[in-house]
Design a protein around this ligand. Structure first.
Ligand code: SF4
Ligand code: SF4
Length: 267
């Protein structure tokens, strides 16, 4: 590690600023090649799933069923993890002798390695990003000569789009409204799962139910959501914000508000 790194006072970690350098190179000539793709926990973000299911050219529900399992976090919200193979080494389903078979669309945690974000609420609020180097003793990539500045690595690994998409998701999961709540309602958990992770099913829900009759949505946005997964993902995040934490990211149509008020006896 070069001397431009700074030491965290709290944990003795090397905390790297965007301009700091680190030494690393990963290639098939190393004895450890693909060792890191076995027996690991990889939690998938909604955007990871969007990219992976498109890489594999399968629907989101097929991807979820074949390659993942679901857990529930401390807020009662579902989280999705990659299912390792049932072989001796518990290999990632996407690892092959030549490396990662989904490389252009590999998950966020694989592409950012060996960096890991060192985030606090303060750094997040200030829009600053710091990283540290993961401690993986068997990884020989740290002994290679190549060095990168953190900011260079982030760009090269195509991380900014992942950060941008994850921000929308974190706006929900990190919202203070949820901090002391535990969602137990199965219907809410299912809706959250569908909108975040099962995008193709969410598209059917939007376009094949009375959904669009209820909300005031821009015609161009509707048109885009029909075929564009990123547009649909952005809309899904707005819908969850609206439904789960009461943010006015979406507007109900005036006639729907009148009907709802009538139902509730509100004048
Ligand atoms: S262990 Fe490190 S160097 Fe080896 S393949 Fe994995 S990331 Fe690359
Ligand atoms: S997705 Fe690719 S890089 Fe990530 S663990 Fe699996 S094979 Fe390795």
């Amino acid at each position: 590690m070069e001397n431009r790194t700074i030491q965290s006072k709290n944990q003795g970690l090397k905390v790297l600023r965007p301009e700091d350098d680190f030494r690393f190179s990963c290639h098939s000539g190393l004895d450890c090649f693909t060792q890191c793709c076995r027996n690991i926990n990889i939690f998938l973000t909604p955007y990871d799933i969007l990219r992976l299911k498109n890489e594999l050219e399968i629907a989101s529900y097929e991807f979820l069923q074949k390659y993942t399992f679901t857990l529930v976090d401390h807020n009662g919200l579902p989280v999705v993890a990659l299912k390792m193979e049932d072989d001796e080494k518990k290999s990632c389903p996407f690892v092959g002798s030549q490396g990662c078979k989904v490389y252009p669309n590999r998950p966020w945690s694989c592409r950012i390695y060996p960096l890991q974000p060192e985030q606090t609420k303060m750094t997040e609020k200030a829009g600053k990003q710091y990283y540290s180097i993961m401690d993986v003793p068997f990884c020989l990539g740290f002994q290679e000569k190549n060095s990168f500045a953190v900011k260079e690595w982030i760009q090269e690994q195509d991380i900014p789009i992942y950060i941008e998409m994850e921000k929308l998701f974190k706006k929900i999961t990190m919202n203070e409204f949820l901090s002391d709540k535990k969602i137990k309602n199965k219907k809410i958990q299912e809706m959250f799962f569908m909108a975040c992770y099962d995008l193709d099913r969410f598209r059917r829900f939007v376009f094949e139910s009375s959904f669009l009759k209820q909300f005031d949505i821009d015609k161009d946005e509707i048109k885009k959501m029909k075929h564009d997964d990123v547009a649909l993902y952005k809309f899904a995040m707005k819908w969850i914000e609206f439904g789960l934490i009461g943010q006015q990211e979406l507007k109900l149509k005036p006639e729907v508000i009148v009907t709802k008020k009538d139902e509730l006896g509100i004048k």
